[in-house]
Design a protein around this ligand. Structure first.
Ligand code: NDP
Length: 328
Protein backbone atom coordinates (compact mmCIF):
# COMPACT_ATOMS: atom_id res chain seq x y z
CA UNK A 1 0.00 0.00 0.00
CA UNK A 2 1.23 3.50 -0.84
CA UNK A 3 1.84 5.74 2.15
CA UNK A 4 2.59 9.31 1.02
CA UNK A 5 5.45 11.33 2.46
CA UNK A 6 3.94 13.06 5.47
CA UNK A 7 6.04 16.20 4.88
CA UNK A 8 4.77 16.63 1.32
CA UNK A 9 3.05 19.96 1.88
CA UNK A 10 6.01 21.54 3.66
CA UNK A 11 8.35 21.81 0.69
CA UNK A 12 5.94 22.87 -2.07
CA UNK A 13 4.75 26.42 -2.77
CA UNK A 14 1.07 26.84 -3.64
CA UNK A 15 -0.07 29.81 -5.69
CA UNK A 16 -3.55 31.23 -6.02
CA UNK A 17 -5.10 30.56 -9.41
CA UNK A 18 -6.36 33.93 -10.67
CA UNK A 19 -8.94 35.30 -8.28
CA UNK A 20 -10.42 31.88 -7.52
CA UNK A 21 -10.34 29.90 -4.30
CA UNK A 22 -8.02 27.33 -5.86
CA UNK A 23 -4.34 27.06 -4.92
CA UNK A 24 -2.13 25.15 -7.36
CA UNK A 25 1.37 23.82 -6.73
CA UNK A 26 4.13 25.85 -8.40
CA UNK A 27 5.00 22.61 -10.24
CA UNK A 28 2.32 20.36 -11.72
CA UNK A 29 2.77 17.03 -13.51
CA UNK A 30 1.44 16.30 -17.00
CA UNK A 31 0.70 12.80 -18.32
CA UNK A 32 1.09 13.55 -22.04
CA UNK A 33 4.23 11.42 -22.38
CA UNK A 34 5.27 8.34 -20.35
CA UNK A 35 1.74 7.22 -19.45
CA UNK A 36 0.83 5.32 -22.60
CA UNK A 37 1.43 1.66 -23.51
CA UNK A 38 5.15 2.18 -24.23
CA UNK A 39 6.06 2.97 -20.60
CA UNK A 40 6.11 0.27 -17.88
CA UNK A 41 3.19 0.56 -15.49
CA UNK A 42 5.58 0.51 -12.51
CA UNK A 43 7.33 3.62 -13.87
CA UNK A 44 4.00 5.42 -14.20
CA UNK A 45 3.11 4.50 -10.65
CA UNK A 46 6.48 5.71 -9.37
CA UNK A 47 6.16 9.02 -11.25
CA UNK A 48 2.80 9.88 -9.67
CA UNK A 49 3.89 8.75 -6.20
CA UNK A 50 7.09 10.79 -6.37
CA UNK A 51 5.20 13.85 -7.56
CA UNK A 52 2.68 13.65 -4.73
CA UNK A 53 5.47 13.03 -2.23
CA UNK A 54 6.98 16.36 -3.40
CA UNK A 55 3.67 18.16 -2.80
CA UNK A 56 2.55 18.11 -6.45
CA UNK A 57 -1.21 17.89 -6.11
CA UNK A 58 -2.16 18.68 -9.71
CA UNK A 59 -2.09 16.01 -12.44
CA UNK A 60 -2.95 17.08 -15.98
CA UNK A 61 -4.39 14.76 -18.63
CA UNK A 62 -6.30 14.96 -21.93
CA UNK A 63 -8.61 12.56 -23.76
CA UNK A 64 -5.99 11.73 -26.40
CA UNK A 65 -2.85 11.30 -24.25
CA UNK A 66 -1.28 7.91 -24.88
CA UNK A 67 -0.31 6.21 -27.10
CA UNK A 68 -2.85 5.04 -28.09
CA UNK A 69 -5.42 7.78 -27.51
CA UNK A 70 -7.15 7.35 -24.14
CA UNK A 71 -4.39 5.15 -22.69
CA UNK A 72 -3.01 7.73 -20.21
CA UNK A 73 -6.51 8.18 -18.77
CA UNK A 74 -6.99 4.38 -18.66
CA UNK A 75 -3.67 3.90 -16.83
CA UNK A 76 -4.53 6.76 -14.51
CA UNK A 77 -7.87 5.06 -13.73
CA UNK A 78 -6.06 1.89 -12.75
CA UNK A 79 -3.66 3.88 -10.56
CA UNK A 80 -6.63 5.74 -9.10
CA UNK A 81 -7.94 2.45 -7.76
CA UNK A 82 -4.55 1.20 -6.59
CA UNK A 83 -3.13 4.35 -4.98
CA UNK A 84 -5.22 7.45 -5.16
CA UNK A 85 -8.78 6.71 -4.04
CA UNK A 86 -7.99 7.54 -0.36
CA UNK A 87 -6.35 10.82 -1.46
CA UNK A 88 -8.93 11.95 -4.07
CA UNK A 89 -9.78 15.14 -2.20
CA UNK A 90 -6.09 16.11 -1.98
CA UNK A 91 -5.75 15.98 -5.77
CA UNK A 92 -6.63 18.45 -8.52
CA UNK A 93 -7.15 16.41 -11.69
CA UNK A 94 -7.72 17.87 -15.14
CA UNK A 95 -8.56 16.54 -18.56
CA UNK A 96 -9.32 18.12 -21.93
CA UNK A 97 -11.01 17.73 -25.29
CA UNK A 98 -10.45 19.73 -28.46
CA UNK A 99 -8.06 17.77 -30.69
CA UNK A 100 -8.93 14.68 -32.70
CA UNK A 101 -10.09 11.79 -30.55
CA UNK A 102 -12.43 9.48 -32.46
CA UNK A 103 -13.36 9.14 -36.13
CA UNK A 104 -16.19 11.04 -37.77
CA UNK A 105 -17.52 14.58 -37.34
CA UNK A 106 -18.19 14.42 -33.58
CA UNK A 107 -14.75 13.48 -32.21
CA UNK A 108 -12.82 16.73 -32.75
CA UNK A 109 -12.96 20.55 -32.42
CA UNK A 110 -15.38 22.49 -30.19
CA UNK A 111 -19.00 21.38 -30.48
CA UNK A 112 -21.20 20.76 -27.45
CA UNK A 113 -21.70 17.23 -28.81
CA UNK A 114 -17.94 16.50 -28.78
CA UNK A 115 -17.04 18.10 -25.44
CA UNK A 116 -19.81 16.50 -23.42
CA UNK A 117 -19.45 13.01 -24.83
CA UNK A 118 -15.66 13.18 -24.58
CA UNK A 119 -15.77 14.09 -20.90
CA UNK A 120 -18.20 11.22 -20.26
CA UNK A 121 -15.69 8.85 -21.89
CA UNK A 122 -12.78 10.37 -19.93
CA UNK A 123 -14.55 9.92 -16.60
CA UNK A 124 -15.12 6.22 -17.36
CA UNK A 125 -11.47 5.69 -18.33
CA UNK A 126 -10.21 7.58 -15.28
CA UNK A 127 -12.70 5.83 -12.96
CA UNK A 128 -13.81 9.20 -11.59
CA UNK A 129 -17.22 10.74 -10.87
CA UNK A 130 -15.92 14.20 -11.70
CA UNK A 131 -12.72 16.01 -12.68
CA UNK A 132 -11.56 19.12 -10.90
CA UNK A 133 -10.88 20.91 -14.16
CA UNK A 134 -12.04 20.40 -17.74
CA UNK A 135 -10.48 22.29 -20.64
CA UNK A 136 -11.33 23.11 -24.18
CA UNK A 137 -7.95 22.04 -25.56
CA UNK A 138 -7.65 24.45 -28.51
CA UNK A 139 -9.76 27.20 -30.05
CA UNK A 140 -12.24 26.24 -32.78
CA UNK A 141 -12.98 29.29 -34.93
CA UNK A 142 -15.67 27.35 -36.87
CA UNK A 143 -17.88 26.82 -33.79
CA UNK A 144 -19.56 29.80 -32.12
CA UNK A 145 -17.82 30.67 -28.86
CA UNK A 146 -21.30 30.66 -27.24
CA UNK A 147 -21.69 26.96 -28.06
CA UNK A 148 -18.24 25.88 -26.82
CA UNK A 149 -18.42 27.95 -23.63
CA UNK A 150 -22.06 26.93 -23.18
CA UNK A 151 -20.88 23.30 -23.16
CA UNK A 152 -18.26 24.11 -20.48
CA UNK A 153 -20.91 25.88 -18.40
CA UNK A 154 -23.25 22.88 -18.77
CA UNK A 155 -20.44 20.53 -17.69
CA UNK A 156 -19.89 22.46 -14.45
CA UNK A 157 -23.61 22.68 -13.74
CA UNK A 158 -23.97 18.93 -14.29
CA UNK A 159 -21.27 18.29 -11.65
CA UNK A 160 -18.90 16.50 -14.04
CA UNK A 161 -16.21 19.18 -13.54
CA UNK A 162 -15.71 21.66 -10.73
CA UNK A 163 -13.94 24.26 -12.89
CA UNK A 164 -13.28 24.90 -16.56
CA UNK A 165 -10.42 26.35 -18.56
CA UNK A 166 -9.10 26.95 -22.04
CA UNK A 167 -5.85 26.00 -23.70
CA UNK A 168 -3.89 27.32 -26.68
CA UNK A 169 -6.28 30.28 -27.16
CA UNK A 170 -4.74 33.52 -28.47
CA UNK A 171 -5.29 36.81 -26.60
CA UNK A 172 -8.48 37.88 -28.45
CA UNK A 173 -9.95 34.36 -28.41
CA UNK A 174 -9.16 34.05 -24.70
CA UNK A 175 -10.78 37.37 -23.92
CA UNK A 176 -13.96 36.40 -25.80
CA UNK A 177 -14.11 33.00 -24.04
CA UNK A 178 -13.50 34.53 -20.61
CA UNK A 179 -16.26 37.13 -21.17
CA UNK A 180 -18.75 34.52 -22.37
CA UNK A 181 -18.05 32.24 -19.41
CA UNK A 182 -18.44 35.20 -17.06
CA UNK A 183 -21.79 36.03 -18.70
CA UNK A 184 -22.90 32.43 -18.17
CA UNK A 185 -21.91 32.56 -14.49
CA UNK A 186 -19.15 29.94 -14.72
CA UNK A 187 -15.83 31.80 -14.49
CA UNK A 188 -12.84 30.64 -16.50
CA UNK A 189 -10.41 29.30 -13.89
CA UNK A 190 -7.29 29.05 -15.98
CA UNK A 191 -5.58 29.22 -19.35
CA UNK A 192 -3.01 26.62 -20.40
CA UNK A 193 -0.56 27.97 -23.01
CA UNK A 194 2.93 26.84 -24.07
CA UNK A 195 5.67 28.95 -22.46
CA UNK A 196 9.38 28.55 -21.98
CA UNK A 197 12.64 30.41 -22.53
CA UNK A 198 12.44 29.14 -26.12
CA UNK A 199 8.82 30.22 -26.72
CA UNK A 200 7.77 33.56 -25.26
CA UNK A 201 4.71 34.16 -27.46
CA UNK A 202 2.35 34.61 -24.47
CA UNK A 203 4.16 37.82 -23.57
CA UNK A 204 2.63 39.42 -26.71
CA UNK A 205 -0.80 40.11 -25.26
CA UNK A 206 -2.02 36.91 -23.60
CA UNK A 207 -0.53 37.51 -20.16
CA UNK A 208 -2.02 41.05 -20.23
CA UNK A 209 -5.48 39.57 -20.79
CA UNK A 210 -5.05 37.01 -18.00
CA UNK A 211 -3.73 39.61 -15.59
CA UNK A 212 -6.59 42.00 -16.41
CA UNK A 213 -9.28 39.30 -16.17
CA UNK A 214 -7.65 37.71 -13.10
CA UNK A 215 -7.55 34.27 -14.71
CA UNK A 216 -4.89 31.73 -13.71
CA UNK A 217 -2.18 30.48 -16.06
CA UNK A 218 -0.49 27.07 -16.12
CA UNK A 219 2.29 26.89 -18.67
CA UNK A 220 3.06 23.69 -20.55
CA UNK A 221 6.43 22.51 -21.81
CA UNK A 222 8.46 24.86 -19.58
CA UNK A 223 11.53 22.72 -20.47
CA UNK A 224 10.69 22.70 -24.20
CA UNK A 225 10.23 18.94 -24.02
CA UNK A 226 13.71 18.51 -22.53
CA UNK A 227 15.70 20.88 -24.75
CA UNK A 228 16.10 23.22 -21.77
CA UNK A 229 17.85 20.56 -19.74
CA UNK A 230 20.95 20.85 -21.91
CA UNK A 231 20.84 17.09 -22.55
CA UNK A 232 20.92 17.61 -26.34
CA UNK A 233 24.04 19.81 -26.42
CA UNK A 234 26.33 16.89 -27.20
CA UNK A 235 24.13 14.71 -29.38
CA UNK A 236 20.91 12.81 -28.66
CA UNK A 237 21.15 10.55 -25.57
CA UNK A 238 19.68 7.07 -26.11
CA UNK A 239 17.35 7.37 -23.11
CA UNK A 240 15.90 10.77 -24.08
CA UNK A 241 12.51 11.67 -25.55
CA UNK A 242 14.08 12.65 -28.85
CA UNK A 243 15.56 9.15 -29.21
CA UNK A 244 12.71 7.11 -27.70
CA UNK A 245 9.45 8.86 -28.60
CA UNK A 246 9.99 11.73 -30.97
CA UNK A 247 6.44 12.10 -32.27
CA UNK A 248 6.55 15.74 -31.19
CA UNK A 249 10.23 16.47 -30.50
CA UNK A 250 12.24 16.04 -33.67
CA UNK A 251 16.00 16.36 -34.05
CA UNK A 252 15.42 19.31 -36.40
CA UNK A 253 14.23 21.39 -33.42
CA UNK A 254 17.90 21.57 -32.40
CA UNK A 255 18.62 24.54 -34.63
CA UNK A 256 21.87 26.47 -34.45
CA UNK A 257 20.03 29.34 -32.75
CA UNK A 258 18.54 27.03 -30.09
CA UNK A 259 21.90 25.42 -29.35
CA UNK A 260 23.48 28.89 -29.03
CA UNK A 261 20.80 30.04 -26.59
CA UNK A 262 20.83 26.86 -24.52
CA UNK A 263 24.63 26.98 -24.25
CA UNK A 264 24.58 30.60 -23.04
CA UNK A 265 21.71 29.94 -20.59
CA UNK A 266 23.62 27.02 -19.14
CA UNK A 267 26.44 29.39 -18.21
CA UNK A 268 23.99 31.44 -16.12
CA UNK A 269 22.71 28.28 -14.44
CA UNK A 270 26.32 27.15 -13.76
CA UNK A 271 27.11 30.53 -12.19
CA UNK A 272 24.13 30.08 -9.85
CA UNK A 273 25.25 26.52 -9.02
CA UNK A 274 22.05 25.17 -10.55
CA UNK A 275 21.07 22.92 -13.41
CA UNK A 276 19.76 24.52 -16.58
CA UNK A 277 16.28 22.99 -16.20
CA UNK A 278 16.05 24.41 -12.69
CA UNK A 279 16.85 27.87 -14.04
CA UNK A 280 14.28 27.37 -16.83
CA UNK A 281 11.55 26.51 -14.30
CA UNK A 282 12.41 29.42 -12.01
CA UNK A 283 12.32 31.69 -15.04
CA UNK A 284 8.75 30.79 -16.11
CA UNK A 285 7.61 31.24 -12.51
CA UNK A 286 9.32 34.64 -12.09
CA UNK A 287 6.07 36.49 -12.85
CA UNK A 288 3.11 35.84 -10.54
CA UNK A 289 0.77 35.79 -13.55
CA UNK A 290 2.01 32.20 -14.04
CA UNK A 291 0.30 30.05 -11.42
CA UNK A 292 2.08 26.78 -12.16
CA UNK A 293 4.72 25.24 -14.43
CA UNK A 294 3.39 22.03 -16.00
CA UNK A 295 6.28 19.62 -16.35
CA UNK A 296 6.65 16.14 -17.76
CA UNK A 297 9.03 13.48 -16.49
CA UNK A 298 10.28 10.09 -17.67
CA UNK A 299 11.98 9.20 -14.38
CA UNK A 300 10.99 9.89 -10.76
CA UNK A 301 14.40 11.48 -10.01
CA UNK A 302 13.63 14.20 -12.57
CA UNK A 303 10.66 15.29 -10.48
CA UNK A 304 12.65 15.55 -7.24
CA UNK A 305 15.42 17.31 -9.15
CA UNK A 306 12.93 19.86 -10.54
CA UNK A 307 11.26 20.33 -7.16
CA UNK A 308 14.59 21.51 -5.71
CA UNK A 309 13.85 24.94 -7.22
CA UNK A 310 11.41 25.57 -4.41
CA UNK A 311 14.27 26.11 -1.99
CA UNK A 312 16.49 28.06 -4.39
CA UNK A 313 16.91 31.85 -4.32
CA UNK A 314 14.78 33.70 -6.90
CA UNK A 315 16.39 35.16 -10.01
CA UNK A 316 17.81 38.65 -9.59
CA UNK A 317 16.85 41.55 -11.90
CA UNK A 318 20.35 41.41 -13.33
CA UNK A 319 20.06 37.68 -14.14
CA UNK A 320 16.64 38.23 -15.73
CA UNK A 321 18.12 40.95 -17.93
CA UNK A 322 21.05 38.74 -18.92
CA UNK A 323 18.60 35.99 -19.88
CA UNK A 324 16.56 38.51 -21.92
CA UNK A 325 19.61 39.52 -23.89
CA UNK A 326 20.44 35.87 -24.67
CA UNK A 327 16.88 35.17 -25.80
CA UNK A 328 16.61 38.20 -28.09
P1 NDP B 1 8.59 19.54 -20.38
O1 NDP B 1 9.01 20.70 -21.20
O2 NDP B 1 8.62 19.66 -18.90
O3 NDP B 1 9.47 18.28 -20.83
C1 NDP B 1 9.50 17.13 -20.04
C2 NDP B 1 10.66 16.24 -20.44
O4 NDP B 1 11.91 16.88 -20.13
C3 NDP B 1 10.66 14.96 -19.63
O5 NDP B 1 9.79 13.99 -20.16
C4 NDP B 1 12.12 14.57 -19.69
O6 NDP B 1 12.38 14.04 -20.98
C5 NDP B 1 12.79 15.93 -19.58
N1 NDP B 1 13.07 16.30 -18.17
C6 NDP B 1 12.21 16.83 -17.27
N2 NDP B 1 12.85 17.05 -16.09
C7 NDP B 1 14.14 16.65 -16.27
C8 NDP B 1 15.27 16.63 -15.43
N3 NDP B 1 15.21 17.07 -14.17
N4 NDP B 1 16.42 16.14 -15.93
C9 NDP B 1 16.49 15.70 -17.20
N5 NDP B 1 15.45 15.69 -18.04
C10 NDP B 1 14.27 16.16 -17.59
O7 NDP B 1 7.09 19.20 -20.74
P2 NDP B 1 6.29 18.12 -21.61
O8 NDP B 1 6.59 18.28 -23.04
O9 NDP B 1 6.43 16.76 -21.01
O10 NDP B 1 4.80 18.63 -21.33
C11 NDP B 1 4.37 18.72 -19.97
C12 NDP B 1 2.87 18.64 -19.91
O11 NDP B 1 2.28 19.79 -20.53
C13 NDP B 1 2.22 17.47 -20.65
O12 NDP B 1 2.32 16.25 -19.94
C14 NDP B 1 0.80 17.96 -20.76
O13 NDP B 1 0.12 17.77 -19.53
C15 NDP B 1 1.00 19.45 -21.03
N6 NDP B 1 0.91 19.79 -22.45
C16 NDP B 1 -0.21 20.44 -22.87
C17 NDP B 1 -0.39 20.77 -24.19
C18 NDP B 1 -1.62 21.50 -24.61
O14 NDP B 1 -1.88 21.62 -25.82
N7 NDP B 1 -2.41 21.98 -23.68
C19 NDP B 1 0.62 20.41 -25.22
C20 NDP B 1 1.79 19.77 -24.66
C21 NDP B 1 1.92 19.48 -23.32
P3 NDP B 1 13.22 12.68 -21.29
O15 NDP B 1 12.23 11.75 -21.84
O16 NDP B 1 14.23 13.12 -22.28
O17 NDP B 1 13.82 12.20 -19.98
Amino acid sequence: MYIPNENRYGSMTYRRCGNSGVMLPALSLGLWHNFGNITPYATQQALLRTAFDCGITHFDLANNYGPPYGEAERNFGRLMDEDWRPHRDELFISTKAGYDMWPGPYGDHGSRKYLISSLDQSLKRMRLDYVDLFYHHRPDPETPIEETMGALDQIVRSGKALYVGISNYGPAQAEAAIKELKRLGTPCLIHQPRYSMLDRHIENGLTDVLRKEKVGCIVFQPLAGGMLTGKYLNGIPADSRMAKDNRFLKPDSLTEDTVRKVTALKEIADARGEKLHQLALQWVLRDEVVTSALIGASRPEQITDNAEILSMPPLSEEEIQKIDSILK
